[in-house]
Write a protein that binds this ligand. Structure first.
Ligand code: ATP
Length: 366
């Protein structure tokens, strides 16, 4: 039985803001599910409905087999960790962590065991007597996590808990949350707008936009086999390159003709899916790492004629921004690039890695 099931959830705010629309999602017991999407796509609204802080207009929320739509927040057995931590400034770290247990009149001995256990897991053992103002940002977020952990809830809801931390702390705490989740066997629903964070943390990733879920799958699947153009473009840095092209039947196969006139023979394993598109325009997606400027041009390749517009050196690799006719795209190149703006280049495309999208629906064809 899933730990959490959302069925046809809808929420429209006054002023006709449709925050969540036709949302269906299942989270398995012990799973870390990450919902990722751009700012304003409805992530917080979804969490607040699960927590009982907001009522859906329609649809059901089922926790551990029980429909909880009418259940008050305090009886839902979920703990929410917010972006800002929201700690009580006048209470010590110990009392902040103990707060929910005190409300429930948990015996002091039990409170002490749970608070010290959580503090130990989170590396807060030495700062239990301090007030939140005397902590670093990372420590404050750990206290916020501690407050949730001591409650031993059936479900953790985490709303962008790392978004206010610097990059280094973010990376550290991200790894800690993942380890903690595994150690506790906790069921977590974690929302973020950071696609890299989602890919690194989630056992599965749910990609959301404009109140709707576009795809729910393991990180490798959403990356390699995106359901549609939105998912394809949202995941990956630099983003996937998109080209318009026309599918034509050619001698012994199918070809894709780009706007620049370059013709690419479509690999045979895509023929069946693309045959109905012969004579029509499609969008083709190519990831920056599936194009190359180097000498390692093995595999099924086609070269394009392009000009370099910008080079972003990252040390171990470079992002080379190119233009071919009206098409602009980025190639991820190993090592420092020897190219400079204005140079001509012949990037090679690994054609077996191309994905095709229906130009009208945006759905992936193959
Ligand atoms: P962010 O990542 O920026 O926090 P989000 O994905 O969590 O965004 P929500 O906060 O759920 O998105 O908001 C979804 C939509 O609903 C947005 O258009 C937002 O402006 C709107 N919205 C949120 N809360 C309310 C409210 N109380 N009243 C009216 N509109 C709201």
């Amino acid at each position: 039985m899933p730990a959490l099931t959302l069925c046809d959830l809808e929420k429209t705010y006054p002023g006709r803001v449709r925050a969540v629309s036709g949302l269906n999602l299942e989270v398995d017991p012990g799973e870390l599910m990450v919902v990722v999407g751009p700012s304003g796509c409805g992530k917080t609204t979804m969490l607040r409905m699960i927590a009982g802080l907001e009522q859906p207009d329609s649809g059901t929320i089922t926790l551990g087999g029980r429909v909880v739509n009418g259940t008050p927040a305090r009886d839902r057995d979920v703990a929410m960790v917010f972006q800002s931590g929201a700690l009580y400034p006048h209470l010590s770290v110990y009392e902040n962590i103990a707060f929910a247990l005190r409300l429930r009149r948990t015996p002091q001995r039990e409170i002490d065991v749970r608070v010290r256990e959580a503090a130990e897991m989170l590396g807060l053992g030495d700062v239990l007597a301090r007030r939140p103002a005397e902590l670093s940002g990372g420590q404050r977020q750990r206290v916020a996590l501690g407050r949730a952990i001591v409650r031993r809830p059936a479900l953790f809801l985490l709303d962008e808990p790392l978004s206010q931390l610097d990059a280094r702390l973010k990376a550290d705490l991200r790894a800690e949350i993942k380890a903690l989740q595994q150690r506790l066997g906790a069921t977590m629903l974690y929302v973020t707008h950071d696609q890299a964070e989602a890919m690194m943390l989630g056992r599965r990733v749910a990609v959301m936009n404009k109140g709707r879920l576009h795809q729910v799958a393991e990180p490798a699947t959403v990356y390699e086999r995106p359901a549609d153009r939105f998912v394809a473009g949202f995941l990956g840095t630099p983003a996937m390159n998109f080209f318009n092209g026309r599918i034509d039947s050619s001698a012994g196969g199918i070809a894709l003709r780009l706007r620049s006139g370059v013709e690419i023979r479509v690999p045979s394993n895509s023929h069946v899916a693309l045959t109905p598109y012969c004579g029509r325009e499609v969008i083709v997606g190519i990831r920056p790492e599936d194009m190359s400027l180097g000498a390692d041009r093995n595999g099924s390749l086609v070269t394009l004629a392009a000009q370099v517009e910008l080079v972003e050196p990252l040390g171990g690799e470079s992002f080379v921004h190119l233009r071919s006719g009206d098409d602009r795209f980025v190639v991820r190149s190993a090592g420092p690039a020897s190219l400079a703006p204005g140079d001509t280049a012949e990037p090679a495309v690994r054609t077996g890695r191309m994905v095709y999208f229906d130009i009208e629906t945006g759905q992936r064809i193959v």
